[in-house]
Write a protein that binds this ligand. Structure first.
Ligand code: ADP
Length: 225
């Protein structure tokens, strides 16, 4: 899934936090009278239970209310910011990952530099002949190799790359916030999204600092805070 699709998912996820007048009213009633049954809330609002059901579902799903069987609804006391943090902490890599750029380990440093320019990325993932992840190349790795007097088209990238098992990876189902922490702690720009296969780790995506910045912008565009 590309980032645009991810943004739409994200917008859907946060939209539930914007409450309409009736939902605000329900919240107020539960704050004052909770725990309270759905029927009781409906009576107080002079509405049917069926009319209220979607609003109660939204308030429960977004974490403002909790429902206990045979007890009723009660107010969780969570603020908008806490609910937003809850949502952020549930977002998964698969909703935000973008497409990886992969090269073979025997490609020359010169060709890797060309690929980096042509593909307009800052990190290349290096694979062996079984398409398994064996290394990673950053801009600085390539710059460093270019500082010597060697012939760049004669050096294969596997000589200069950061290699397995020292590569920090993530999987589609991992939490995006864990990836963000890894990017900060390890001081790196990107993580490959991998899938385990019998040959090793197949690279199926990437998460970069740009993905994180886009997440922040889509958050602000929803004007949640
Ligand atoms: P740059 O070096 O261009 O600033 P990075 O900060 O991403 O880019 O890379 C710093 C170093 O960490 C490089 O040597 C690179 O090979 C390595 N590196 C980059 N990404 C990872 C990763 N996911 N796991 C382990 N090492 C990485």
């Amino acid at each position: 899934m590309n980032l645009d699709a991810g943004s739409t998912l994200w917008q859907k996820a946060v939209k539930t936090i914007e409450l309409n007048k009736r939902q605000e009213h329900i919240l107020q009633i539960v704050k004052e009278h909770g725990p309270i049954t759905g029927e009781h809330i409906a009576d107080m609002l002079h509405l049917t239970r069926a009319t209220l059901r979607p609003d109660l579902a939204i308030l429960t799903m977004s974490g403002f209310l909790e429902a206990r069987p045979r007890v009723g609804y009660f107010y969780t006391g969570k603020t908008g910011v806490q609910l937003l943090a809850d949502k952020l902490n549930k977002l998964k890599v698969k909703e935000f990952q973008s497409i990886p750029v992969v090269i073979h380990e025997n490609v020359s440093v010169y060709d890797a530099i060309c690929t980096m320019f042509l593909e307009d990325v800052g990190t290349l993932f290096v694979v062996n002949k079984s398409a398994a992840l064996v290394g990673i190349l950053s801009r600085k790795d390539l710059l460093r190799a270019s500082m010597g007097k060697q012939e760049l088209s004669a050096i294969p990238v596997h000589i200069i790359m950061t290699r397995m098992p020292n590569i920090t990876v993530c999987e589609r189902e991992d939490l995006i916030m864990d990836v963000a922490k890894n990017l900060i702690e390890k001081q790196i720009d990107a993580l490959p999204v991998v899938k385990k296969t019998e040959n090793g780790l197949e690279v199926i995506g990437r998460v970069t600092k740009t993905n994180m910045t886009k997440l922040l912008v889509s958050l602000s565009e929803n004007e949640i805070l």
